[in-house]
Ligand binder design. Structure first.
Ligand code: HEM
Length: 457
């Protein structure tokens, strides 16, 4: 029996967790604190032994998922790209056991990810095209002070250490009101993982087999997914995708003002694009006016499905959350929605959302989201989402309409709001969040970190 004070709004389960929590990195299961402060440090391995020595120093400071539901104010996590594993001298038969998409890296998968036009790697920040992002270390904290301490611990391991060099450093943190770069409450829904040790929150279910998210356990098909070899390397590990978006806040606000003559109309349109009001209240439960009490209540803000709204009169079929998790929506292209879920660890960076930002210069102010997503098949899932549910509309009978928040839009793109007697088609959707770079990382178990760091294998 598990006990303890929960920080995630969920109740520890009365049955013991089935997962080897002490071996799984904390970021896999633990949500970020609210508010949160942190830094992503990207490092290059200069020589194999230097990289391994760095990992030996860092690993004792990397947190596990033990009692992940309890308050924890500060922790470090680490991920390694394929180029990083190679640079650290991981044997070639192990390297070959990783999936193709991971091996070639995110930039080389642009076609499969439909990272085209402004989102194409040729327009990314140079570091993400260099294949020099070998190690990603992230510090998550609940206060500025704790964050400084956590970062100092990480820095002690690499400062003045010739084996690795910092190639990028990105601070992140909650905006006032815990809002994301477009001004919405975020991070509400996460998949409920079987055997993780807590009962799901209302609306969070159905429980999804752990193997979809953590290597070494049965997935939804009843068997474990293929994992990197040997077993000590793969088991209790997972993959983490890193995608850095620049939010074009001016363009987003201009769009809302162009299509709503009052603030109330603009806010309703903002809610229709996402499927939730900025407060987090879902349109399915609060269709006409915002209900911030629902938005703030973890027992109510996700307790819905789309049975009563099959035509999208409340939450449009094409809105962001309904595309990303159609729940029980009848899809034109049949698929099991439970196999396309991701654990999301969104981290917001830069200037806060400004409702009065309207100029093109505002689009360039560095601010946005570093979208972290975790799954045992993160590469396949994000490629599916990008192709089918984000940059297409056929699965919901919406032709070539795309996700209004993260789709890469063509000139003259539209968004359809179902209503009676006639639907409303809103023109002038732009690419509101532009991709600035990304990479795939393997997030090894604590045991595997030691294996990778060992001089002889
Ligand atoms: C940077 C831009 C993004 C913004 C502004 C944004 C905004 C939001 C908001 C406001 C929510 C509702 C809160 C919640 O349910 O937790 C949400 C949910 C979600 N978003 Fe995003 N998002 C962004 C990027 C992404 C990306 C890149 C993906 C995946 C490829 C994604 C996948 C999801 C999923 C799966 C949900 C939960 C849907 C549900 O289970 O009902 N988001 N997002």
């Amino acid at each position: 029996m598990v006990s303890g004070k929960t920080s995630v709004g969920a109740t520890p389960s009365t049955t013991a967790p089935m997962l080897e929590l002490h071996d799984i990195q904390a970021t896999v299961l633990r949500p970020r604190p609210a508010p949160y402060f942190g830094t992503h440090v990207l490092l290059r391995v200069n020589d194999a032994e230097g990289g391994r020595a760095f990992l030996r120093r860092l690993t004792p400071h990397v947190a596990s998922s033990t009692e992940w539901w309890n308050s924890a104010n500060t922790w470090l996590s680490v991920g390694l790209s394929y180029a990083g594993l190679e640079a650290m001298g991981v044997p070639s038969d192990s390297l070959q056991s990783f999936p193709e998409a991971f091996r070639v890296g995110m930039a080389a998968r642009a076609a499969q990810l439909r990272d085209e036009g402004v989102n194409h790697p040729r327009n990314w920040e140079a570091v993400f095209n260099s294949r020099d992002t070998h190690i990603g270390v992230s510090a998550f904290s609940d206060s500025e002070e704790n964050h400084k301490r956590a970062l100092a611990v990480a820095r002690e391991q690499y400062d003045g250490f010739s084996g690795v060099s910092v190639v990028a450093l990105q601070d992140f943190g909650a905006q006032p009101g815990d809002l994301n770069p477009l001004g919405y409450k975020d991070g509400i829904d996460q998949p409920a993982i079987e055997g993780s040790g807590v009962d799901p929150l209302p609306g969070q279910g159905p429980l999804i087999k752990a193997g979809e998210f953590i290597l070494g356990y049965p997935g939804e098909a009843g068997i474990p997914l293929l994992m990197p070899q040997p077993e000590v390397l793969g088991r209790n590990g997972t993959y983490l995708g890193f995608r850095k978006y620049q939010s074009r806040v001016g363009a987003f606000n201009r769009f809302l003002r162009a299509h709503g003559s009052t603030e109330a109309e603009q806010e309703l349109l903002a809610a229709k694009l996402v499927g939730r009001w900025r407060s987090g209240a879902p349109l399915t439960l609060a269709p006409d006016i915002d209900n911030p009490d629902i938005g703030a209540d973890p027992k109510r803000n996700n307790d819905f499905n789309y049975t009563e709204d099959s035509r999208g009169f409340k939450a449009p079929l094409g809105c962001h959350i309904r595309r990303m998790n159609p729940r029980d929506t009848k899809l034109t292209r049949l698929t099991d929605v439970n196999i396309h879920r991701l654990i999301r660890r969104g981290t917001t960076y830069g200037a806060p959302y400004d409702p009065n930002a309207l100029s093109e210069a505002d689009d360039e102010i560095p601010r946005g989201a570093i979208f972290l997503f975790i799954s045992a098949k993160a590469m396949a899932t994000i490629e599916f989402l990008q192709q089918e549910w984000i940059n297409d509309g056929n699965f919901i009978g919406a032709g070539n309409e795309r996700d209004p928040i993260i789709g890469q839009q063509e000139e003259g793109a539209t968004f359809t709001i179902p209503r009676e007697p006639v639907r409303r088609r809103v023109h002038g959707i732009e690419t509101f969040n532009v991709l600035r770079g990304g990479e795939y990382f393997f997030m090894p178990s604590l045991t595997a970190l030691k294996w990778i760091a060992a001089p002889d294998k």
